[in-house]
Design a protein around this ligand. Structure first.
Ligand SMILES: Cc1ncc(COP(=O)(O)O)c(C=O)c1O
Length: 398
């Protein structure tokens, strides 16, 4: 079938007309419970009134002016992120991959500015996912994303996730940084051991290299802290974020300490769209809600309840489900049947989830869900499992 769009996506045969909270509705009024949240993007659910108001109010004022001019709300969002994190400076862009590009450039440029331009290599981890640009597919190192795109961008040394010995061996006189996701998302919901993250921090300090975190998926409240690194009691030098900070509006950012950002002088990096007034209005509105007292505790509590319910389902369906993975509201079910089949069965129950590596089904609901949605989700997953089990028998009988 010919189609106007690049056939790069294996799309489900489903489209939605509108959304509200954790619900999506098709044009003919069918309702779906959305635990995909646009792949961990709709952090406050669909059409959160505060976000709708912020975006529409800004839309009536000015949409885009470029970074040739001051953008007061960009300064404001930058200052708020700085106040809430380890960072001293923020660069705004439009996506996770762009945030990573900025992080990689910041790390390389730091050593250039420090008089060590030979330090450009970055240690990364197996199972990582950092995006689809030329640099981020090289950083992620997954052959399926690199194949056919010419020479892999040089300078990434990949080691097994969690293997400190391998990290120490990989760090050499040309190393600029270590890049890691505190919770691997696409790689199958694998949280890094807090002790591992602390050891990476130490290795960076011992070697004068930068710790760069990819919190594109784990950030902005998803794990029950504003950023997942807080669980380990460490601070990075550089961090890429996106997804949740825009609540559905394309928005990414690279955060860095004063020292780490010292090479990023005027003219070294840029963007036309990044940090535009529409994105900044929404980013500030997301922070208004996520930083409200009690919000992050809610994520931690409701995440725990979802996790406990999922663990019960693993006990009930040991033939189909192997394990619960992840933390906060960044959870996954490792399946014993192909994860795509389970996702299709869930969709039949009007429940949306996302595939991940290692045969995991990702559950990334809006951070605003309550107990009623957790109960409904557990019921739908249970029903999907029953339906999967019944299917071969039904086919056999036909
Ligand atoms: C951890 C992580 N890093 C980077 C990216 C890339 O983000 P984007 O698709 O917005 O470029 C993703 C997207 O899934 C991600 O999960």
């Amino acid at each position: 079938m010919t189609h106007a769009l690049y056939p790069t996506f294996a799309r489900a045969p489903l489209s939605f007309e509108r959304g509200e909270g954790a619900r999506l509705f098709t044009a003919d009024g069918q309702e779906y419970l959305d635990f995909a949240a646009g792949i961990a993007v709709n952090s406050l659910g669909h059409c959160h009134p505060h976000l709708v108001e912020a975006l529409t109010e800004q839309a009536r004022k000015v949409w885009h002016v470029s970074n040739l001019f001051e953008i007061p709300d960009q300064t404001r969002l930058g200052e708020r992120l700085v106040a809430a994190t380890f960072a001293d400076h923020v660069f705004f862009c439009n996506s996770g991959a762009e945030a990573l590009e900025c992080a990689i450039k910041t790390a390389r440029r730091y050593h250039y500015a420090s008089g060590s331009p030979e330090r450009y290599r970055i240690v990364t981890f197996e199972g990582a996912f950092h995006g689809r640009t030329m640099a981020t597919i090289a950083a992620g190192g997954q052959p399926k994303y690199l194949e056919g795109f010419g020479p892999k961008l040089e300078g990434f040394d990949q080691v097994p996730f969690g293997d400190l010995k391998a990290v120490r061996q990989a760090v050499g006189p040309e190393t600029a940084a270590i890049l890691v996701e505190p919770v691997q998302g696409e790689g199958g919901l694998r949280p890094a051991d807090p002790a591992f993250l602390r050891a990476l921090r130490e290795i960076c300090d011992e070697n004068g290299i930068l710790l760069v975190l990819d919190e594109v998926q784990s950030g902005v409240g998803r794990t029950g802290k504003l950023f997942a690194y807080e669980w380990a009691g460490i601070e990075p030098d550089v961090m890429a974020i996106a997804k949740g900070i825009g609540g559905g509006f394309p928005l990414g950012a690279c955060l860095a300490t004063e020292e780490a950002a010292k090479g990023m002088q005027p003219g070294t990096h840029g963007t036309t769209f990044g940090g535009n007034p529409l994105a900044m209005a929404v980013g500030n509105a997301v922070l208004d809600v996520v930083l409200e007292p009690g919000f992050l505790q809610h994520v931690a509590d409701i995440g725990l309840r979802l996790r406990q319910g999922l663990a019960r389902l693993v006990d009930t369906h040991p033939d189909l489900l192997e394990d619960v993975r992840g933390t906060g509201l960044m959870l996954g079910l490792k399946a014993r049947i192909p994860n795509k089949d389970l996702i299709a069965a869930l969709r039949d129950q009007h429940f949306l989830a996302v595939a991940a590596g290692d045969n995991v089904v990702r559950l990334l609901p809006p951070l605003t869900i309550g107990q009623a949605e957790v109960d409904e989700a557990l019921q739908k997953i249970d029903q999907a499992c029953e339906a999967v089990r019944a299917a071969p028998a039904a086919q056999g009988a036909a």
